[in-house]
Ligand binder design. Sequence first.
Ligand SMILES: CC(C)(COP(=O)(O)OP(=O)(O)OC[C@H]1O[C@@H](n2cnc3c(N)ncnc32)[C@H](O)[C@@H]1OP(=O)(O)O)[C@@H](O)C(=O)NCCC(=O)NCCS
Length: 162
Amino acid sequence: MKSSDLSPRIAETSPADAPLELMLLADPSEPKVAAYLPRSRCFAAYSGVLPVAVCIVAPLSEAAYEIMNIAVTPSQQKKGIGTTLLSHVISVFRTEGAWRLEVGTGTFGYQLAFYQRQGFRVTGIDTDFFLTNYPEPIFEDGIQLKDMLRLTLVLRPFPEKG
Ligand SMILES: CC(C)(COP(=O)(O)OP(=O)(O)OC[C@H]1O[C@@H](n2cnc3c(N)ncnc32)[C@H](O)[C@@H]1OP(=O)(O)O)[C@@H](O)C(=O)NCCC(=O)NCCS
């Protein structure tokens, strides 16, 4: 958190209590959110009792997880809350012994730096992801999202077989 801000309280919450209006900021498809939410873990940052940020993490394969959604309420963005929440989530999964965290992003602007600062590295491009997986075109800063950049944070090395 930046020094001028009060640290929000971060807690894990049931997917049923996850703040949908925040999740729709990062993923405008309600059916897609509804599809991954029940099998995910939900972390939220609160200002008092009000959720101001959310991070949704789904299992991918053995000890690998994907951040499906991370969002901060618009009036509270650029105050360090997203960074604090992402650091918290990384720390939880590292402590629990996860091997890696992945995330996909369609915007290669400030969001890319947001993840790279935490150690995420580019590991792939899912060409046409947003064209084939979303019924409506999605625009961010006037640019249509087309391809998804895949990023990975290795939390600990995958054990060698044999
Ligand atoms: C991405 C997001 C979760 C980051 O959370 P945040 O609390 O705003 O980010 P932080 O304050 O921790 O800032 C991280 C960096 O991103 C920058 N940043 C955040 N929002 C920005 C914006 N709208 N435009 C430009 N830069 C921005 C910050 O300035 C900061 O950089 P700095 O340290 O050089 O100042 C939040 O901006 C958000 O909810 N965006 C809309 C949903 C979204 O895009 N989710 C991610 C989908 S991949």
